[in-house]
Design a protein around this ligand. Structure first.
Ligand SMILES: Cc1cc2nc3c(=O)[nH]c(=O)nc-3n(C[C@H](O)[C@H](O)[C@H](O)COP(=O)(O)OP(=O)(O)OC[C@H]3O[C@@H](n4cnc5c(N)ncnc54)[C@H](O)[C@@H]3O)c2cc1C
Length: 396
Protein backbone atom coordinates (compact mmCIF):
# COMPACT_ATOMS: atom_id res chain seq x y z
CA UNK A 1 0.00 0.00 0.00
CA UNK A 2 1.47 3.37 -1.02
CA UNK A 3 -0.32 6.35 0.49
CA UNK A 4 1.88 9.00 -1.18
CA UNK A 5 0.41 10.79 -4.20
CA UNK A 6 2.28 10.65 -7.50
CA UNK A 7 3.19 13.76 -9.50
CA UNK A 8 0.33 12.97 -11.94
CA UNK A 9 -2.17 12.70 -9.06
CA UNK A 10 -1.00 16.01 -7.61
CA UNK A 11 -1.38 17.64 -11.06
CA UNK A 12 -4.91 16.23 -11.30
CA UNK A 13 -5.74 17.81 -7.93
CA UNK A 14 -4.44 21.25 -9.03
CA UNK A 15 -6.30 21.17 -12.35
CA UNK A 16 -9.59 20.08 -10.71
CA UNK A 17 -9.28 22.71 -7.96
CA UNK A 18 -8.86 25.39 -10.62
CA UNK A 19 -11.86 24.12 -12.61
CA UNK A 20 -14.08 24.05 -9.50
CA UNK A 21 -13.13 27.61 -8.57
CA UNK A 22 -14.29 28.84 -11.97
CA UNK A 23 -17.46 26.70 -12.22
CA UNK A 24 -18.74 27.23 -8.70
CA UNK A 25 -18.48 30.97 -8.99
CA UNK A 26 -21.98 32.04 -9.97
CA UNK A 27 -23.61 28.59 -9.71
CA UNK A 28 -27.30 29.00 -8.84
CA UNK A 29 -28.30 28.03 -5.27
CA UNK A 30 -29.85 24.57 -4.86
CA UNK A 31 -33.66 24.29 -4.99
CA UNK A 32 -36.01 23.63 -2.07
CA UNK A 33 -35.32 20.24 -0.42
CA UNK A 34 -38.77 18.76 -1.11
CA UNK A 35 -39.03 20.04 -4.70
CA UNK A 36 -37.92 16.75 -6.25
CA UNK A 37 -38.32 17.70 -9.92
CA UNK A 38 -36.17 20.83 -9.45
CA UNK A 39 -33.64 18.86 -7.45
CA UNK A 40 -33.42 16.31 -10.24
CA UNK A 41 -32.85 19.09 -12.78
CA UNK A 42 -30.24 20.80 -10.62
CA UNK A 43 -28.28 17.62 -9.79
CA UNK A 44 -28.35 16.38 -13.39
CA UNK A 45 -27.24 19.71 -14.78
CA UNK A 46 -24.19 19.69 -12.44
CA UNK A 47 -23.46 16.11 -13.48
CA UNK A 48 -23.65 17.16 -17.17
CA UNK A 49 -21.07 19.91 -16.47
CA UNK A 50 -18.77 17.37 -14.84
CA UNK A 51 -19.17 15.08 -17.83
CA UNK A 52 -18.37 17.79 -20.36
CA UNK A 53 -15.25 18.73 -18.42
CA UNK A 54 -14.06 15.10 -18.13
CA UNK A 55 -14.72 14.82 -14.40
CA UNK A 56 -17.59 12.32 -14.47
CA UNK A 57 -16.94 8.71 -13.44
CA UNK A 58 -13.30 9.33 -12.55
CA UNK A 59 -12.58 5.61 -12.02
CA UNK A 60 -15.13 4.28 -14.53
CA UNK A 61 -13.89 2.77 -17.82
CA UNK A 62 -13.20 5.17 -20.69
CA UNK A 63 -15.36 3.09 -23.10
CA UNK A 64 -18.49 4.08 -21.19
CA UNK A 65 -17.60 7.75 -20.84
CA UNK A 66 -15.59 7.59 -17.61
CA UNK A 67 -12.11 9.00 -17.09
CA UNK A 68 -10.52 5.57 -16.63
CA UNK A 69 -8.42 6.86 -13.73
CA UNK A 70 -7.53 5.10 -10.48
CA UNK A 71 -9.69 5.00 -7.33
CA UNK A 72 -6.98 7.21 -5.78
CA UNK A 73 -7.88 9.96 -8.28
CA UNK A 74 -11.54 9.32 -7.51
CA UNK A 75 -10.72 10.00 -3.88
CA UNK A 76 -8.87 13.19 -4.75
CA UNK A 77 -11.94 14.20 -6.75
CA UNK A 78 -14.19 13.65 -3.71
CA UNK A 79 -11.82 15.55 -1.42
CA UNK A 80 -11.63 18.52 -3.75
CA UNK A 81 -15.35 18.72 -4.52
CA UNK A 82 -16.18 18.56 -0.81
CA UNK A 83 -13.51 21.11 0.04
CA UNK A 84 -15.00 23.49 -2.55
CA UNK A 85 -18.61 22.75 -1.39
CA UNK A 86 -19.56 21.61 -4.90
CA UNK A 87 -22.97 19.93 -5.39
CA UNK A 88 -22.95 16.27 -4.36
CA UNK A 89 -24.30 13.27 -6.33
CA UNK A 90 -27.76 14.22 -5.03
CA UNK A 91 -30.82 12.35 -6.24
CA UNK A 92 -28.70 10.02 -8.37
CA UNK A 93 -26.57 8.56 -5.57
CA UNK A 94 -27.74 5.06 -6.48
CA UNK A 95 -26.77 5.47 -10.15
CA UNK A 96 -23.40 7.06 -9.47
CA UNK A 97 -22.33 5.25 -6.34
CA UNK A 98 -23.64 1.70 -6.57
CA UNK A 99 -25.89 0.65 -9.49
CA UNK A 100 -23.47 2.18 -12.03
CA UNK A 101 -20.32 0.73 -10.43
CA UNK A 102 -22.05 -2.69 -10.18
CA UNK A 103 -22.91 -2.67 -13.89
CA UNK A 104 -19.39 -1.41 -14.70
CA UNK A 105 -17.90 -4.29 -12.67
CA UNK A 106 -20.10 -7.21 -13.75
CA UNK A 107 -22.77 -6.07 -16.24
CA UNK A 108 -22.69 -7.32 -19.84
CA UNK A 109 -21.05 -5.24 -22.57
CA UNK A 110 -24.53 -4.31 -23.91
CA UNK A 111 -25.73 -3.24 -20.44
CA UNK A 112 -22.60 -1.13 -19.90
CA UNK A 113 -23.02 0.58 -23.26
CA UNK A 114 -26.74 1.16 -22.75
CA UNK A 115 -26.89 2.30 -19.12
CA UNK A 116 -23.59 3.78 -17.95
CA UNK A 117 -23.32 6.80 -20.29
CA UNK A 118 -26.80 8.02 -19.22
CA UNK A 119 -25.66 8.07 -15.58
CA UNK A 120 -22.41 9.86 -16.32
CA UNK A 121 -23.91 12.42 -18.71
CA UNK A 122 -26.54 13.41 -16.14
CA UNK A 123 -29.47 12.13 -18.18
CA UNK A 124 -30.84 9.24 -16.11
CA UNK A 125 -31.52 8.74 -12.40
CA UNK A 126 -31.54 5.39 -10.60
CA UNK A 127 -33.10 4.14 -7.40
CA UNK A 128 -32.68 0.96 -5.36
CA UNK A 129 -35.50 -1.59 -4.98
CA UNK A 130 -34.00 -4.01 -2.47
CA UNK A 131 -35.90 -3.66 0.86
CA UNK A 132 -39.41 -4.99 1.38
CA UNK A 133 -41.76 -4.74 4.36
CA UNK A 134 -40.62 -8.19 5.57
CA UNK A 135 -37.12 -8.17 4.11
CA UNK A 136 -34.69 -5.51 5.35
CA UNK A 137 -31.82 -6.92 7.41
CA UNK A 138 -32.92 -10.34 6.28
CA UNK A 139 -32.85 -9.22 2.66
CA UNK A 140 -32.69 -12.76 1.30
CA UNK A 141 -36.25 -13.26 2.58
CA UNK A 142 -37.53 -10.96 -0.18
CA UNK A 143 -40.67 -12.13 -1.92
CA UNK A 144 -41.24 -9.81 -4.90
CA UNK A 145 -41.75 -12.43 -7.54
CA UNK A 146 -40.50 -12.58 -11.13
CA UNK A 147 -41.89 -15.25 -13.44
CA UNK A 148 -40.26 -15.92 -16.80
CA UNK A 149 -42.50 -15.40 -19.85
CA UNK A 150 -40.43 -15.84 -23.03
CA UNK A 151 -37.95 -12.95 -23.29
CA UNK A 152 -39.46 -11.16 -20.31
CA UNK A 153 -39.99 -11.49 -16.57
CA UNK A 154 -43.36 -10.60 -15.09
CA UNK A 155 -42.71 -8.93 -11.73
CA UNK A 156 -45.22 -8.47 -8.88
CA UNK A 157 -44.65 -7.40 -5.28
CA UNK A 158 -43.79 -4.46 -3.05
CA UNK A 159 -40.62 -2.53 -2.24
CA UNK A 160 -40.17 -0.01 0.56
CA UNK A 161 -37.76 2.77 1.63
CA UNK A 162 -36.95 3.38 -2.03
CA UNK A 163 -34.96 6.64 -1.98
CA UNK A 164 -35.81 9.11 -4.79
CA UNK A 165 -38.13 6.65 -6.58
CA UNK A 166 -40.34 9.56 -7.63
CA UNK A 167 -37.62 11.00 -9.89
CA UNK A 168 -35.93 7.78 -10.97
CA UNK A 169 -35.76 6.45 -14.53
CA UNK A 170 -34.37 3.03 -13.55
CA UNK A 171 -34.26 0.83 -10.49
CA UNK A 172 -31.74 -1.82 -9.41
CA UNK A 173 -34.31 -4.41 -8.42
CA UNK A 174 -33.94 -7.66 -6.49
CA UNK A 175 -36.62 -10.26 -7.21
CA UNK A 176 -37.32 -13.88 -6.32
CA UNK A 177 -37.09 -16.22 -9.29
CA UNK A 178 -37.02 -19.49 -7.38
CA UNK A 179 -38.20 -20.93 -4.07
CA UNK A 180 -36.00 -24.02 -4.40
CA UNK A 181 -33.08 -24.49 -1.97
CA UNK A 182 -31.64 -21.87 0.42
CA UNK A 183 -33.36 -18.48 0.14
CA UNK A 184 -30.15 -16.73 -1.09
CA UNK A 185 -30.13 -18.98 -4.14
CA UNK A 186 -33.41 -17.92 -5.75
CA UNK A 187 -32.74 -14.18 -6.16
CA UNK A 188 -32.13 -12.25 -9.38
CA UNK A 189 -30.84 -8.66 -9.95
CA UNK A 190 -32.86 -6.81 -12.63
CA UNK A 191 -32.80 -3.37 -14.21
CA UNK A 192 -36.33 -2.01 -13.99
CA UNK A 193 -37.51 0.82 -16.26
CA UNK A 194 -39.52 2.99 -13.83
CA UNK A 195 -41.82 4.10 -16.67
CA UNK A 196 -43.09 0.54 -17.24
CA UNK A 197 -46.84 0.00 -16.83
CA UNK A 198 -47.88 -1.53 -13.47
CA UNK A 199 -45.68 0.60 -11.14
CA UNK A 200 -47.25 2.71 -8.39
CA UNK A 201 -45.07 5.00 -6.25
CA UNK A 202 -46.40 6.12 -2.87
CA UNK A 203 -44.14 8.59 -0.97
CA UNK A 204 -43.46 8.15 2.77
CA UNK A 205 -42.69 11.08 5.06
CA UNK A 206 -39.68 10.77 7.42
CA UNK A 207 -39.07 12.13 10.94
CA UNK A 208 -37.07 14.91 9.24
CA UNK A 209 -40.16 15.88 7.22
CA UNK A 210 -38.63 14.61 3.99
CA UNK A 211 -40.48 12.66 1.30
CA UNK A 212 -37.29 11.09 -0.06
CA UNK A 213 -38.58 7.53 0.50
CA UNK A 214 -41.40 5.76 -1.28
CA UNK A 215 -43.19 2.49 -1.28
CA UNK A 216 -43.12 1.01 -4.76
CA UNK A 217 -45.91 -1.37 -5.76
CA UNK A 218 -45.32 -3.62 -8.76
CA UNK A 219 -48.18 -5.37 -10.51
CA UNK A 220 -47.32 -7.62 -13.42
CA UNK A 221 -44.52 -5.34 -14.58
CA UNK A 222 -42.66 -6.67 -17.63
CA UNK A 223 -38.85 -6.58 -17.57
CA UNK A 224 -36.81 -7.84 -20.56
CA UNK A 225 -34.53 -10.78 -19.72
CA UNK A 226 -31.77 -8.74 -21.40
CA UNK A 227 -31.99 -6.39 -18.39
CA UNK A 228 -30.91 -9.09 -15.95
CA UNK A 229 -27.46 -8.47 -14.44
CA UNK A 230 -25.69 -11.77 -13.79
CA UNK A 231 -27.35 -15.14 -14.07
CA UNK A 232 -30.89 -16.02 -13.03
CA UNK A 233 -30.95 -17.03 -9.31
CA UNK A 234 -27.41 -15.62 -8.86
CA UNK A 235 -28.58 -12.12 -7.88
CA UNK A 236 -27.33 -12.46 -4.31
CA UNK A 237 -23.74 -12.45 -5.59
CA UNK A 238 -24.50 -9.36 -7.69
CA UNK A 239 -26.12 -7.67 -4.66
CA UNK A 240 -22.92 -8.32 -2.65
CA UNK A 241 -20.99 -6.36 -5.28
CA UNK A 242 -23.56 -3.56 -5.01
CA UNK A 243 -23.20 -3.57 -1.22
CA UNK A 244 -19.43 -3.50 -1.40
CA UNK A 245 -19.69 -0.19 -3.27
CA UNK A 246 -22.55 1.10 -1.10
CA UNK A 247 -20.68 0.42 2.16
CA UNK A 248 -17.10 0.63 0.93
CA UNK A 249 -16.79 3.88 -0.98
CA UNK A 250 -20.17 5.65 -1.08
CA UNK A 251 -19.62 7.36 2.31
CA UNK A 252 -16.27 9.03 1.58
CA UNK A 253 -17.80 12.44 0.79
CA UNK A 254 -19.87 12.19 3.92
CA UNK A 255 -16.75 11.61 6.01
CA UNK A 256 -15.14 14.76 4.63
CA UNK A 257 -18.34 16.70 5.35
CA UNK A 258 -18.22 15.48 8.96
CA UNK A 259 -14.81 17.08 9.41
CA UNK A 260 -16.33 20.37 8.25
CA UNK A 261 -19.22 19.88 10.68
CA UNK A 262 -16.81 19.39 13.54
CA UNK A 263 -14.89 22.55 12.59
CA UNK A 264 -18.14 24.48 12.57
CA UNK A 265 -18.96 23.10 16.04
CA UNK A 266 -15.65 24.50 17.29
CA UNK A 267 -16.66 27.94 15.97
CA UNK A 268 -20.07 27.69 17.63
CA UNK A 269 -18.50 26.56 20.93
CA UNK A 270 -16.15 29.55 20.83
CA UNK A 271 -19.02 31.95 20.21
CA UNK A 272 -21.64 30.46 22.55
CA UNK A 273 -21.59 31.27 26.25
CA UNK A 274 -22.13 28.52 28.83
CA UNK A 275 -22.83 29.60 32.41
CA UNK A 276 -20.42 32.49 32.36
CA UNK A 277 -17.78 31.95 29.69
CA UNK A 278 -17.62 30.54 26.13
CA UNK A 279 -18.34 26.81 25.95
CA UNK A 280 -14.91 26.37 24.40
CA UNK A 281 -13.42 27.08 27.85
CA UNK A 282 -15.01 23.86 29.07
CA UNK A 283 -12.25 21.24 28.90
CA UNK A 284 -14.80 18.40 28.65
CA UNK A 285 -16.16 19.93 25.40
CA UNK A 286 -12.63 20.40 24.01
CA UNK A 287 -11.75 16.83 24.96
CA UNK A 288 -14.80 15.42 23.15
CA UNK A 289 -14.17 17.48 20.03
CA UNK A 290 -10.49 16.47 20.02
CA UNK A 291 -11.41 12.83 20.43
CA UNK A 292 -14.00 12.89 17.64
CA UNK A 293 -11.53 14.67 15.40
CA UNK A 294 -8.90 11.98 16.04
CA UNK A 295 -11.47 9.28 15.25
CA UNK A 296 -12.32 10.99 11.95
CA UNK A 297 -8.60 11.07 11.13
CA UNK A 298 -8.36 7.36 11.88
CA UNK A 299 -11.33 6.69 9.61
CA UNK A 300 -9.67 8.72 6.89
CA UNK A 301 -6.64 6.43 7.12
CA UNK A 302 -8.95 3.42 6.93
CA UNK A 303 -10.56 4.98 3.85
CA UNK A 304 -7.15 5.35 2.19
CA UNK A 305 -6.47 1.70 2.95
CA UNK A 306 -9.85 0.58 1.55
CA UNK A 307 -9.41 2.70 -1.59
CA UNK A 308 -5.89 1.44 -2.09
CA UNK A 309 -7.19 -2.15 -1.87
CA UNK A 310 -10.05 -1.36 -4.25
CA UNK A 311 -7.58 0.00 -6.79
CA UNK A 312 -6.21 -3.54 -7.09
CA UNK A 313 -9.50 -5.45 -7.29
CA UNK A 314 -11.85 -2.77 -8.76
CA UNK A 315 -14.43 -3.89 -6.16
CA UNK A 316 -14.11 -2.70 -2.53
CA UNK A 317 -13.67 -5.49 0.01
CA UNK A 318 -15.44 -6.39 3.24
CA UNK A 319 -13.41 -3.62 4.99
CA UNK A 320 -16.30 -1.37 3.88
CA UNK A 321 -18.43 -2.90 6.66
CA UNK A 322 -15.83 -1.89 9.28
CA UNK A 323 -15.85 1.65 7.95
CA UNK A 324 -19.65 1.85 7.68
CA UNK A 325 -20.21 0.54 11.21
CA UNK A 326 -17.69 2.82 12.90
CA UNK A 327 -18.48 5.88 10.85
CA UNK A 328 -22.27 5.76 11.21
CA UNK A 329 -22.01 5.39 14.99
CA UNK A 330 -19.40 8.16 15.16
CA UNK A 331 -21.76 10.45 13.22
CA UNK A 332 -24.40 9.90 15.89
CA UNK A 333 -21.91 10.86 18.61
CA UNK A 334 -21.08 14.05 16.69
CA UNK A 335 -24.82 14.77 16.52
CA UNK A 336 -25.22 14.23 20.29
CA UNK A 337 -22.36 16.63 21.03
CA UNK A 338 -23.77 19.17 18.60
CA UNK A 339 -27.11 19.26 20.43
CA UNK A 340 -25.27 19.80 23.71
CA UNK A 341 -23.26 22.70 22.29
CA UNK A 342 -26.22 24.30 20.52
CA UNK A 343 -28.31 24.39 23.71
CA UNK A 344 -31.61 26.11 22.82
CA UNK A 345 -30.45 26.33 19.20
CA UNK A 346 -30.97 22.57 19.05
CA UNK A 347 -34.72 23.12 19.11
CA UNK A 348 -34.88 24.91 15.75
CA UNK A 349 -34.60 23.55 12.22
CA UNK A 350 -33.98 27.13 10.99
CA UNK A 351 -30.83 29.14 11.68
CA UNK A 352 -31.12 31.44 14.67
CA UNK A 353 -29.34 34.78 14.30
CA UNK A 354 -26.61 33.33 12.07
CA UNK A 355 -25.67 30.72 14.70
CA UNK A 356 -25.33 27.92 12.12
CA UNK A 357 -27.48 25.56 14.20
CA UNK A 358 -29.68 24.33 11.31
CA UNK A 359 -27.05 22.13 9.62
CA UNK A 360 -26.24 20.48 12.95
CA UNK A 361 -29.87 19.77 13.84
CA UNK A 362 -30.35 18.38 10.33
CA UNK A 363 -27.12 16.39 10.73
CA UNK A 364 -28.36 14.95 14.02
CA UNK A 365 -31.58 13.70 12.40
CA UNK A 366 -29.73 12.41 9.34
CA UNK A 367 -27.31 10.50 11.59
CA UNK A 368 -30.21 8.53 13.11
CA UNK A 369 -30.80 6.96 9.70
CA UNK A 370 -27.12 6.20 9.10
CA UNK A 371 -26.95 3.16 11.36
CA UNK A 372 -29.93 1.73 9.43
CA UNK A 373 -29.23 2.63 5.77
CA UNK A 374 -27.03 0.28 3.70
CA UNK A 375 -27.39 -2.44 6.38
CA UNK A 376 -27.86 -1.79 10.10
CA UNK A 377 -25.04 -1.73 12.66
CA UNK A 378 -26.12 -5.16 13.91
CA UNK A 379 -25.91 -6.55 10.38
CA UNK A 380 -22.43 -5.02 9.89
CA UNK A 381 -21.34 -6.61 13.19
CA UNK A 382 -22.58 -9.99 11.98
CA UNK A 383 -20.63 -9.55 8.71
CA UNK A 384 -17.45 -8.53 10.51
CA UNK A 385 -17.81 -11.41 12.97
CA UNK A 386 -18.36 -14.00 10.28
CA UNK A 387 -16.28 -12.81 7.34
CA UNK A 388 -13.37 -10.99 8.99
CA UNK A 389 -13.04 -12.61 12.42
CA UNK A 390 -14.09 -16.08 11.22
CA UNK A 391 -16.60 -16.58 14.04
CA UNK A 392 -19.38 -19.15 13.58
CA UNK A 393 -22.20 -18.13 11.24
CA UNK A 394 -25.53 -17.01 12.67
CA UNK A 395 -28.18 -19.76 12.44
CA UNK A 396 -30.78 -18.73 9.80
C1 LIG B 1 -31.62 6.73 4.77
C2 LIG B 1 -32.07 5.37 4.28
C3 LIG B 1 -32.13 5.14 2.92
C4 LIG B 1 -32.57 3.91 2.45
N1 LIG B 1 -32.70 3.75 1.10
C5 LIG B 1 -33.11 2.56 0.62
C6 LIG B 1 -33.28 2.39 -0.78
O1 LIG B 1 -33.10 3.32 -1.58
N2 LIG B 1 -33.68 1.18 -1.23
C7 LIG B 1 -33.89 0.12 -0.38
O2 LIG B 1 -34.18 -0.95 -0.87
N3 LIG B 1 -33.79 0.27 0.95
C8 LIG B 1 -33.42 1.46 1.48
N4 LIG B 1 -33.33 1.64 2.83
C9 LIG B 1 -33.76 0.55 3.73
C10 LIG B 1 -32.65 -0.13 4.52
O3 LIG B 1 -31.84 -0.91 3.69
C11 LIG B 1 -33.35 -0.97 5.62
O4 LIG B 1 -34.05 -0.07 6.46
C12 LIG B 1 -32.35 -1.75 6.42
O5 LIG B 1 -31.78 -2.77 5.66
C13 LIG B 1 -33.00 -2.37 7.68
O6 LIG B 1 -34.13 -3.09 7.36
P1 LIG B 1 -35.51 -2.84 8.11
O7 LIG B 1 -35.79 -1.38 8.11
O8 LIG B 1 -36.51 -3.74 7.50
O9 LIG B 1 -35.24 -3.24 9.64
P2 LIG B 1 -35.25 -4.72 10.23
O10 LIG B 1 -34.47 -5.61 9.34
O11 LIG B 1 -36.64 -5.09 10.55
O12 LIG B 1 -34.43 -4.52 11.56
C14 LIG B 1 -34.99 -4.03 12.78
C15 LIG B 1 -33.93 -4.12 13.86
O13 LIG B 1 -33.58 -5.51 14.12
C16 LIG B 1 -32.17 -5.69 13.99
N5 LIG B 1 -31.87 -7.00 13.41
C17 LIG B 1 -32.46 -7.56 12.33
N6 LIG B 1 -31.88 -8.74 12.05
C18 LIG B 1 -30.89 -8.93 12.96
C19 LIG B 1 -29.94 -9.96 13.19
N7 LIG B 1 -29.88 -11.04 12.40
N8 LIG B 1 -29.07 -9.82 14.21
C20 LIG B 1 -29.12 -8.72 15.02
N9 LIG B 1 -30.02 -7.71 14.84
C21 LIG B 1 -30.88 -7.80 13.84
C22 LIG B 1 -31.74 -4.59 13.03
O14 LIG B 1 -30.37 -4.32 13.14
C23 LIG B 1 -32.63 -3.43 13.45
O15 LIG B 1 -32.08 -2.79 14.57
C24 LIG B 1 -32.92 2.86 3.35
C25 LIG B 1 -32.87 3.10 4.73
C26 LIG B 1 -32.47 4.34 5.20
C27 LIG B 1 -32.46 4.56 6.69
Amino acid sequence: MDLKLTEAELAFRRELRQWLTVELDGLAPPPEKQDWESRRKYDLSWQAKLYQAGYAGIDWPKQVGGRGASPIEQMIYIEETERAHAPYVGVNFVGLLHAGPTIAAIGSQEQQTRYLPGILKGEEVWCQGFSEPCAGSDLAALSTKAVRDGDEYIVSGQKIWTSHAQVADYCELLVRTSNEGPKHHGITWLILDMKSPGIEIVPLKTIGNSTEFSQVFLEEVRVPVADRVGEENQGWKVAMVTFSFERGTAFISDLIRSRELLKSLVTIARETRGNSSPLWNDSAIRYQIGHLSAELDALWSLTLRNVSQASKDRVPGVGGSVFKLYYSELRQRIGDLALKILQRGALAMDDIAGMGNAEHVEGYIYAISMTIAAGTSQVQRNIIAERILGLPRQAS
